[in-house]
Design a protein around this ligand. Structure first.
Ligand SMILES: [Zn+2]
Length: 187
């Protein structure tokens, strides 16, 4: 039996055939992908076997599409929880261990109670244990210094980090466009 179209997302590549985003991987639901094809905004690079029909036409669902016009990456990434975790590679900056997102939290280097702000350079990824341990103290008061000094990452840096976190589901037609060798990159 053919899979439901809902299980057929399209991998979206930029005009240079690199994924628009690695992590989260840039995937569009089939409706959005088909719409972009019909509007002529993307080229179909690869297709699923699954066919969808409308009264006028039928189309094999695209599994990989590429934008016709290059979309430049924003130079300054959004300041979001996810991007802070990604910058720190989901690793607690105090104990150095990697955790799933739901076990991670943030630590303010300069605690908010002491006037510290919620900004790229005052926030580090921390596990709840370390966060509790550090509490409201400054680094020199508790001897807990983050592994790396927090800073605002570039979009390029986040993409680079994202490459080392492969998603759970991969259609075989996507593999050519993803750089899994980067998993072996020494950081
Ligand atoms: Zn920790």
């Amino acid at each position: 039996m053919a899979p439901s179209p809902d299980h057929c997302p399209a991998l979206v590549l930029n005009a240079d055939f690199r994924p628009l985003s690695y992590f989260p991987l840039s995937l569009w639901p089939w409706q959005e992908a088909v719409k972009a094809v019909v509007l002529g905004r993307v080229n179909i690079v690869s297709q699923y076997d699954r066919i969808v029909r409308s009264p006028r036409r039928e189309l094999r669902l695209p599994s990989v599409i590429s934008l016709k016009e290059f979309a430049p990456a924003g130079r300054r990434p959004a300041f979001t929880r996810f991007n802070v975790f990604l910058r720190d590679r989901f690793t607690c900056q105090y104990c150095g261990r990697r955790f799933p997102t739901h076990d991670l939290t943030f630590d303010h280097l300069i605690p908010r109670s002491k006037g510290g702000r919620t900004t790229w350079d005052n926030i580090v990824t921390s596990c709840s244990g370390c966060n509790l341990l550090k509490g409201d103290r400054l680094a020199h008061q508790c001897g807990m210094t983050p592994m790396s000094r927090p800073h605002q990452p570039t979009t390029q840096m986040l993409q680079q980090h994202g490459r080392s976190f492969p998603p759970n589901f991969l259609h075989e037609s996507w593999r050519d466009f993803l750089y899994w060798d980067s998993e072996l990159d020494p950081y």
